[in-house]
Design a protein around this ligand. Structure first.
Ligand code: SAM
Length: 238
């Protein structure tokens, strides 16, 4: 179905200027559910996986925590344990929204750019659809930082949009994903505008690119935990 009127989860942005600030955080939860296939299922899977890494007194980081969906889930799932739950998010309006929706006041949000902070020792680090927004020239350093922060046996869960391994697969991914967004109520104009706004702002790697980056950081044990065409989840254990 192609909608003539702008729908309520649509977000406006100019060419090559996508931003998570201003009014985006208010519509964000609804927008991302319509934009990312199996978004809720992916978060449920990550919560299930957390059972293997979260222990009493664990520190857990969420990189690009947006409105706090992951940290709220973890708080509820492990509320019998004393945990340090820390969201790292550079957009102040997102932090404001995360605090409004927070499951507990013990969840901390750092208004920081991941590029500019040191991470303490941790048992689990999650990054859902954020690494693709980190500048390519510094992306490897962020993954190195994540590896360094993890305790031995700790887990890094990374969900990303991915590029195809060659031009044909990339075309298939793009067209399948466009169909997904049309089915979810976005208009053709909205889909095109979002793609144009993301130019140079979101630059996903291919599966090979992501795995190479994880390996260069030091991860040897890496497995796929989820894939829907161009959306993929990795679990890497230190
Ligand atoms: C697609 S959203 C993440 C969605 C969220 N993890 C979830 O699962 O609902 C990407 C988030 O990463 C944040 N972000 C992007 N680059 C960042 C950086 N360098 N440091 C901290 N946060 C960053 C953005 O502001 C945005 O809130």
């Amino acid at each position: 179905m192609i909608l003539k009127k702008k729908n309520k989860f649509s977000i406006k942005a100019k060419n090559s200027s996508w931003s998570f600030g201003n009014k985006v955080p208010i519509k964000f939860n609804e927008h991302i559910k319509k934009s990312v296939p199996f978004y809720d299922e992916s978060h449920k899977l990550i919560a299930n996986l957390s059972d293997f890494f979260v222990q009493e007194n664990s520190t857990i980081y969420d990189i690009g925590s947006s409105t706090g969906t992951f940290l709220n889930n973890i708080y509820k799932r492990h509320n019998n344990k004393k945990l340090k739950l820390i969201g790292i998010e550079k957009v102040p309006e997102m932090i404001k929204e995360a605090k409004k929706r927070s499951a507990h006041k013990s969840i901390k949000y750092l208004k920081k750019d991941i590029e500019k902070i040191d991470l303490k020792k941790s048992d689990m680090i999650v990054s859902c659809f954020t690494i693709q927004f980190i500048k390519q020239k510094t992306r490897q350093q962020i993954i190195n930082k994540i590896y360094k922060s993890l305790n031995w046996g700790g887990g890094f869960i990374m969900f990303e949009k991915i590029r195809g391994s060659d031009a044909r697969f990339q075309d298939i991914f793009t067209l399948i994903y466009n169909d997904f967004k049309l089915m979810n109520g976005f208009s053709e104009k909205e889909i095109l505008n979002k793609s144009r706004s993301l130019k140079g702002v979101r630059e996903p790697f291919s599966d090979f690119g992501n795995r190479s980056m994880l390996k260069r950081a030091g991860f040897k044990d890496i497995t796929t935990v989820f894939q829907w065409a161009c959306f993929k989840g990795y679990l890497s254990i230190k």
